[in-house]
Design a protein around this ligand. Structure first.
Ligand code: ANZ
Ligand code: ZN
Length: 831
């Protein structure tokens, strides 16, 4: 037969669109991905919970979604192959600013806009061939869901973990709402980039600080299976430091002024004190003469952002408060100032300034002509009073009667704390950078806070049987950010009878931060639709923790820290028996184009839909997974989805070439090909578990080549080893290219679906590398035998022979004259 007639008999390529349409329908009928709770509860099968971060419905899916879900699906499908009961759910984080802002821009109601996008994204996910269990689908903006978000808020409130307080908060002037500290990135709003300012407001907080130590400690448990950068980011964010609280007596005041310091050993060098300009403390302390100067200064401070204020290279500003305090260790009278480089909500909001050993204090001292006194003589460094460089290193203490002869900070700190505690002047303490989580937002599209404010009773939680407090539709109302929640103006909704006394009351008009919704969605997946609580405790016990959580590193602090906090509280409530929600974590890289982040302004965006149209789902998925290690960025300009498609066509052709009957046992087939197949399967196991998905693809490509060679110029298409190899290709490919894998599986004579097939059993005998026996002679006598690969080099064989203990003993201390090597079978040593 000529090549041409052969082509007519067997098509050489498959129709990508037709194959996609065909298998979507089959999957709809078969539902191969619905997780069976009963199989896990009964212990029939071990569980695996595969979780990937659920999207905001602010548009259609893009390349980033494609990448993360393609990677994630490898893991989920692999576990299913290995016989685990896999839960692989998906939903939408559908409340919140991103969707609301996009809706307002499009002049649509957030609900209309959000739910339309969810449908679009749902269809795109389905087309993308992902093995999600859609029976567990959820939307955080559904009343069935947020009813339980409110219920959880109320339980937290009962435990003292949700409370309201008045304090300076981060304010985004563009989004017209407060932000959590975690949402302020380099002084800018995480959502819109506007410079964040401070405002004094009454807001709701979650008391995450109560869990600071545990959140820190458990990072050690997670460190082996979480990315290093996430662990480090969380550690820094929690920011534990050890130091002391020191009490200073202020003239004309009963209450001491307490400072937090990590260097109590430098107390003798404290020459002034500084209180945060925007702290209530400054207002209390200021003398009458200095009041108006102070108030002017405070106004100036409020306009600046936190990042500007903390910058070390910024000129120092401040104002004298007109009062003095007494240094508790030497009785010295020192002035008290207010400045913006001291933060109101860190430590005690006040510091003792030691200009010789803290650069910011030194800059301040220089700006206002305050004394600088060195108390640590750091070898090689000059006197900071002259060099204007603060020294922070270890050295001998000077002018510090308490620490004479003591060398080293650690000991100095320890002794000072001991002294302060003995005298009742201070105490050792641990301080965290972590603040309580500000959760209320002055925006419409979120979960209403289930609290009523009553003139007689004060704050009253809405009773459970009145949940959910539904978000009023407010169609036609202006939902643009105005600084007050639009719910406040909805009087019909907000005016209610107090649940406690029946008197007139008003609903809290703020809504919850989106991050509250996403702090527990992975628990809802364990028992979707559950009516008697946020989740069925038994189901959560069976499925948690998630065995892998795949998502973007942008959530390293925010979402992951909050979800960990919720999990710990729920464990303390007896609702969970795990204290960490995510056993392992993987952060995918970013898909970029032409070396740059995709953006509208650069015009370098890659449209996912167009790529799928041109190359098909399988080729795009394969390209994304094959691009490199999952953590690395992918430059789409360097990728070849066309090449991926050519490979898939080549793989598919194998399935048409196999001529043996389905079910033919592979034993007795071509051993060389069988070795390749079994080695590939065996390695794939380790590679997938180690998240080296790109290497699995590379190995599959090698297996396709080996199979092609066996068909064309080896054992031929009828050999059972060829069938075994082609079936293995179908299964491995299904991890990344499910459509063509199904098509291959069917052409090889199997029933759909390949997703429900079993993983190949590796024959250990086929993993052993072939070897030959090499004989080693010394002076013509056989002294050793070595098992070596048939391809061993002369040099390697000689080295192995001379290292053999029996040969070493036979040579003894005689010098080796000559070594004759006839690889791979003989080595002759002449001495
Ligand atoms: C005296 C001193 C002497 C300090 C010295 C440092 C060096 P961490 O490690 O981040 O906890 N500090 C305390 N409260 C502050 C606030 N609200 N705003 C700005 N700075 C504050 O840092 C603790 C140190 O930061 C404290 O130790 C204090 O300065 C300063 F040679 O006290 B130190
Ligand atoms: Zn009341």
């Amino acid at each position: 037969m000529t090549a041409e007639t052969e082509q007519q008999a067997e098509p050489t390529s498959y129709d990508v669109a037709a194959v996609e349409a065909k298998w979507q329908q089959v999957w709809d009928e078969l539902q191969p991905f619905v997780a069976d709770d009963a199989a896990v509860a009964s212990g029939e099968r071990e569980k695996r919970y595969a979780l990937t971060m659920f999207p905001y419905p602010s548009g259609d899916l893009h390349m980033g979604h494609a990448e993360v879900t393609a990677l994630h699906d490898v893991m989920a499908r692999y576990w299913r192959f290995r016989g685990y009961e896999v839960m692989n759910p998906m939903g939408w984080d559908s409340f919140g600013l991103p969707a609301e802002n996009a809706a307002i821009r499009n002049d649509e109601h957030p609900a209309t806009y959000t739910y339309a996008n969810i449908e679009t994204q749902y269809e795109s996910f389905r087309k993308f061939g992902l093995s999600f269990d859609w029976s567990r689908r959820l939307h955080t903006s559904d009343p069935e869901y947020y009813r339980w978000t409110q219920w959880l808020f109320l339980r937290f409130r009962e435990r003292g973990l949700a409370y309201r307080k008045n304090s300076p908060v981060n304010w985004c002037p563009n989004d017209q709402t407060v932000l959590a500290n975690e949402q302020v990135v380099d002084g800018a709003c995480e959502r819109c980039g506007a410079t964040v300012t401070k405002r004094e407001l009454t807001q709701w907080y979650f008391k995450i600080t109560e869990y600071a130590q545990e959140l820190l400690d458990d990072l050690d448990v997670l460190a082996p299976t979480w990315p290093d950068r996430v662990i480090t980011a969380q550690r820094n964010w929690i920011g534990r430091s050890e130091g002391a609280h020191v009490d200073f007596v202020v003239e004309g005041r009963d209450e001491p002024l307490t400072v937090y310091t990590t260097r109590p050993d430098t107390l003798f060098g404290a020459t002034f004190m500084v209180v945060a300009a925007d702290a209530a403390l400054a207002e209390e302390l200021v003398s009458e003469e200095q009041r108006s100067a102070y108030e002017d200064y405070r106004e100036q401070v409020r306009r600046a952002s936190e990042i500007e204020r903390l910058a070390t290279d910024r000129p120092k500003t401040g104002v004298f408060l007109g009062v003095h305090a007494t240094n508790p260790v030497n009785g010295e009278r020192i002035p008290v100032w207010a400045a913006d480089y001291v933060l109101a909500d860190y430590g005690t909001g006040a510091i003792m300034a030691v200009p010789a050993h803290d650069q910011r204090d030194l800059d301040f001292a220089q700006a206002f002509d305050l004394p600088v006194r060195r108390v640590v003589d750091v070898p090689g460094a000059g006197d900071p009073a002259e060099t204007f460089e603060a020294t922070v290193g270890d050295g001998a203490y000077v002018d510090t009667p308490l620490l004479e002869g003591v060398d080293g900070k650690a000991e100095g700190v320890r002794r000072t704390i001991e002294h302060l505690e003995g005298q009742g002047l201070g105490r050792g303490t641990v301080n965290f950078r972590l603040r309580d989580w500000l959760l209320s937002r002055q925006r419409y599209w979120g979960v209403p806070i289930p609290v009523v404010h009553c003139e007689a009773c004060g704050e009253v939680g809405v009773p459970d049987d009145q949940l959910p407090v539904t978000l009023p539709e407010l169609r036609g109302a202006d939902l643009k950010p105005k600084g007050v929640s639009p719910l406040a103006a909805a009087t019909e909704w907000s005016q209610v009878a107090c649940p406690s006394c029946g008197g007139p009351a008003t609903r809290d008009s703020d809504t919850m931060d989106t991050f509250v919704d996403s702090s527990w969605y992975f628990l809802r997946f364990c028992s979707p639709g559950y009516q008697d609580g946020p989740f069925d405790v038994e189901q959560a016990k069976a499925w948690m923790p998630a065995d892998i959580y795949i998502g973007g590193v942008e959530h390293a602090v925010l979402h992951l820290l909050y979800a960990r906090f919720f999990t710990k509280v729920l464990a303390d409530m007896g609702m969970l028996d795990v204290r960490e929600p995510f056993a392992a974590q993987l952060n995918q890289g970013v898909v970029i184009n032409q070396g740059k982040k995709m953006s509208k302004s650069l015009g370098n965006g890659v449209n996912l839909g167009a790529q799928l149209e041109e190359f098909g789902v399988d080729a795009v998925r394969l390209t994304l997974v094959f691009a490199g290690p999952p953590e690395d960025d992918i430059d789409w300009a360097d990728m070849s989805p066309a090449g991926s498609l050519r490979f898939l066509q080549r793989a598919w052709r194998l399935s048409g070439d196999v001529t043996s009957e389905v079910g033919t046992p592979a034993e007795g087939g071509d051993v060389a090909l069988r070795r390749v197949t079994h080695r590939t399967v065996d390695d794939a196991q380790t590679l997938v578990e180690g998240h080296r998905f790109n290497v699995v693809v590379a190995r599959t490509m090698e297996l396709v080549n080996a199979t092609r060679k066996a068909i064309d110029s080896g054992c031929g298409p009828a050999d059972p080893a060829v069938r075994e190899a082609a079936e293995t290709v179908a299964r491995l490919l299904s991890l990344v290219a499910p459509y063509v894998a199904e098509e291959m599986w069917e052409r090889l004579g199997h029933q759909p679906s390949v997703a429900q097939a079993a993983w190949p059993v590796v024959d250990p005998a086929l993993l052993v590398e072939e070897s030959v026996t090499a004989v080693v002679q010394v002076q013509g006598k056989v002294r050793g035998r070595l098992e070596v690969p048939p391809t061993i080099s002369a040099a390697d064989l000689e080295a192995a022979a001379l290292a053999d203990p029996a040969v070493v003993a036979a040579i003894a201390d005689r010098p080796v004259r000559k070594v004759i090597v006839r690889e791979p079978k003989l080595v002759n040593v002449v001495v």
